[in-house]
Write a protein that binds this ligand. Structure first.
Ligand code: PLP
Length: 430
């Protein structure tokens, strides 16, 4: 029996597991199994009919995965979670769970490039239209909404611009129009809880800060249990209409004895069952290893990032520093309204010498890794104009916030003196 903890430091270590019931194992075990022995035929029948919740097959659920899900759901203040194989799978499922061919959803332009491709191209091929709008003006979400709009989608702390998203403003618009807001909180775990500001669903690439060790790809969806799907009626047929693939179950009805988990239950028993982007038990375990120290690491990430920002601001080769804590005006107001305990560990800066200097800086780094990743315990750097954003036209690069001399850092938890010393010697040669 586990207590209902509310402090994240305790949740990540204790929620959902207090010793394995059979072996007493203190560490969460890796339940490396594909399937589960039913007690008898009644038990099997009840599990399949969802009269009883329990393990059937690891494509759909697994006890290691379950503990990860319970911990992340508790950390976010949600009612339930679903761990999947990658952040991309989580983004895909988050939208697929609500949209059908002919439907649309409205999405912030400031999102990760992989999500952009998925939404702008792959989902389009399935007949689902993504309408991109500028998050600087929340009203654009309202203006792009029509009777086929099924959800809004945005990132809390999108890079490279690092402008914090107006979560409450857009969630409030969604509440008026009956549209749930899905937030990708990958870059701001613990610093922001989007559900507290009115979002309905939170998703993560756990590959980043939550895993933290850079060992495992993963994703997770959290259901806030705070959106009235039934009030949407025909707008959400996947949740409110009989499901022919599950002997006519109506998910909003079926979950009544279980709590407000229609969205996440359907994602599990329909999308995960059919599409199968399941996480592996060992990856769920690896992510748990990271999650257990996430609060400590986030504090260190944020403190180091602040010091790097102070250092960069004074450097003569740096023309500007991009970081929520140095913004002003509305961007800063949003940063302070939504980020608590730090502004994250992503830091951008522009070099006087443009592209040549940006590349030279990266090539001169000795400790920071040059990778297309963020949120590792190690410090990372990339020059977007010559890598992640190189396929974009110069105008598109500027729109996404990437100039020729822009460098993105993901500050890790090494000793700050070593981080600054590496930046210093690389800047000297840039
Ligand atoms: N969301 C954000 C903000 C990301 O940065 C990424 C990956 O870089 C993803 C989603 C996709 O996650 P994954 O690489 O785990 O599929």
């Amino acid at each position: 029996m586990c207590a209902d903890y509310t402090n994240p430091e305790t949740i990540v270590l204790h929620t959902g597991h207090h010793g394995d019931p059979t072996t007493g194992s203190v560490a969460v075990p890796i339940y490396q199994t594909t399937s589960y022995q039913f007690k008898d035929t009644d038990h099997a029948e009840n599990l399949f009919a969802l009269k009883e919740l329990g393990n059937i097959y690891t494509r759909i659920m697994n006890p290691t995965q379950d503990i990860l899900e319970q911990r992340v759901a508790a950390m976010e203040g949600g009612v339930a979670a679903l761990a999947v194989a990658s952040g991309q799978a989580a983004s895909m499922y988050s939208v697929m769970n609500l949209c059908r061919s002919g439907d649309n959803f409205v999405c912030s332009t400031d999102i990760y490039g992989g999500t952009w491709n998925l939404f702008a191209n792959t989902l389009k091929d399935f007949g689902v239209e993504c309408r991109f709008v500028n998050p600087a003006d929340p009203q654009e979400f309202a203006d792009a909404t029509d009777d086929k709009t099924r959800c809004y989608y945005a990132e809390t702390l999108p890079n490279p611009k690092l402008n914090v998203f107006p979560i409450k403003e857009v969630a409030d618009i969604g509440k008026k129009l009956g549209v749930p807001l899905i937030m990708d909180n990958t870059a701001a775990p613990l610093l922001c809880r989007p559900l507290d500001h009115g979002a309905a669903i939170v998703m993560y690439s756990t590959t980043k800060y939550i895993g933290g060790h850079g060992t495992s790809i993963g994703g997770i969806l959290v259901d806030g249990g705070n959106f009235d799907w039934e009030a949407g009626g025909d707008k959400f047929p996947s949740l409110n209409h009989p499901d022919p693939s599950y002997h006519g179950a109506v998910w909003t009805e079926a979950v009544k004895p279980l709590g407000p988990i229609a969205y996440i239950l359907r994602a599990r028993v329909i999308l995960l069952r059919d599409v199968g982007a399941a996480t592996t038990p060992s990856n769920a375990f690896n992510v748990i290893q990271g999650l257990e120290t996430l609060p400590l690491r986030m504090r260190e990430h944020c403190a180091n990032a602040e010091k790097v920002v102070e250092y960069l601001k004074k450097h003569k080769k740096v023309t500007s520093v991009i970081f929520p804590g140095v913004q002003d005006g509305e961007a800063r107001r949003r940063a302070d309204a939504y980020m608590k305990g730090g502004y994250g560990s992503l830091v951008g800066f522009e070099l006087k010498g443009g592209k040549k200097a940006g590349k030279k800086f990266i090539d001169s780094l000795q400790m920071l890794f040059h990778v297309a990743n963020i949120g590792d315990a190690r410090s990372l750097a990339i020059h977007p104009a010559s890598t992640t954003h190189s396929q974009l036209s110069p105008e598109e690069q500027i729109q996404t916030g990437v100039t020729d001399g822009y460098v993105r850092l993901s500050i890790g938890i090494e000793h700050i003196d070593d981080i600054i010393s590496d930046l210093d010697q690389a800047l000297a040669s840039a």
